[in-house]
Ligand binder design. Structure first.
Ligand code: DAH
Length: 329
């Protein structure tokens, strides 16, 4: 009996002193394994009397059970220690210097629209975005572009169904605003327009800014003054402009405005004119009392000219290296 008590004390010490799972496993094999010490003891009981054998066997089994449960408890303790050590190591070190956060920058198209708005706000204009999904009436019919009119073919329209489409021009907003508001009014409508076209100077989505003034005595010279001054403001210098007579179904007279580029070539930048009496009639404005002028400009076109960008597609390729080049003051 004494011997078994001593054995239990030894096992207890060994388990208490072990500090990793591998050692515990080896203790388990050493005592509880097939050739382990407990089996060895049991074998040695052969020469004992039946009563004694029984007594010893009971005690050996108790020690065996105690050994197993002590090993298990120790294992749990070791695993818990490993975990707390790991968690301690993973603590956030708040004394570390922060990581650098990269600053974003405004997309050049967005910046141009901001710049356009700032100019027109000063002249008492309001700015409205409007719908991108439009219907045939607002995109064509009400703007005096009836079905089978050749101007429709030039628009490469994305049709959604028989009646709905992605607007091909911001001129749609002329109709919407004149129908919903009483003159006088001064509005600009910046936003996305869509045409099914793709090459270095065309993308299926691009931006326009439409302008509209409806007042009692507005005339073409006002329109010219505004356009000249807007262009000077946008390019921050005096540039050469020419008004070239043109045709748009919703304005008469109509003009296209060309700008002299750095390479001394004329480049078209916008369309404009006096709103056609038929359009005013469509929106119930009496053209004997009110006159209206309008213009529509391509935002990408003037932004390309401002920064000397040659391929329109680079605006929409999402390459941060392109965007990063633009530093605005
Ligand atoms: N909507 C025309 C286009 O997309 C541009 C335009 C021309 C707008 C003349 C106007 C205008 O308001 O008067 O080609």
């Amino acid at each position: 009996m004494l011997i078994l008590e001593k054995l239990w004390n030894i096992i207890k010490n060994e388990i208490n002193n072990s500090n990793n799972i591998e050692i515990l496993d080896s203790i388990k094999i050493k005592y509880l394994g097939k050739n382990g010490i407990f089996n060895h003891y049991i074998k040695n009981l052969k020469s004992f009397s039946f009563e004694e054998k029984k007594k010893y066997n009971i005690i050996i089994n108790i020690i065996k059970k105690k050994t197993i449960s002590k090993i298990n408890v120790k294992k749990i303790e070791i695993n818990k220690n490993i975990l707390t050590q790991r968690i301690d190591k993973e603590k956030i070190d708040i004394s570390l210097p922060g990581r650098q956060i990269q600053k974003g920058s405004i997309h050049p198209i967005h910046h141009s629209i901001n710049c356009i708005q700032n100019f027109f706000y000063k002249l008492g204009f309001q700015s409205l975005n409007g719908l991108e999904i439009e219907d045939e009436y607002h995109n064509f019919d009400a703007l005096n572009i009836p079905k089978n009119h050749p101007a429709r073919d030039t628009h490469d329209t994305f049709w959604l169904d028989k009646n709905r489409l992605l607007r091909t021009q911001t001129s749609t907003m002329q109709i919407r605003i004149m129908k919903s508001k009483k003159p006088p009014m001064r509005f600009i409508f910046p936003g996305k327009v869509y045409r099914n076209d793709y090459d270095a100077t065309h993308t299926p989505m691009f931006h326009q800014v439409e302008g509209l003034i409806v007042e009692k005595n507005i005339n073409f010279s006002h329109l010219k003054w505004i356009i000249y001054n807007f262009i000077y403001h946008f390019f921050n210098k005096k540039v050469l402009l020419r008004f070239r007579p043109s045709y748009f179904p919703f304005t008469t007279p109509s003009a296209e405005v060309d700008m002299m580029t750095d390479s001394t070539k004329w480049l078209e930048i916008l369309g404009c004119g006096m709103v056609h009496p038929l359009v005013l009639k469509n929106v119930n404005i009496d053209s004997k009392i009110y006159s209206a002028c309008a213009f529509g400009l391509g935002v990408e076109r003037i932004t390309m000219l401002r920064y000397g960008i040659s391929d329109l597609r680079s605006f929409f390729e999402n390459d941060v290296r392109f965007i990063k080049q633009f530093k605005y003051i």
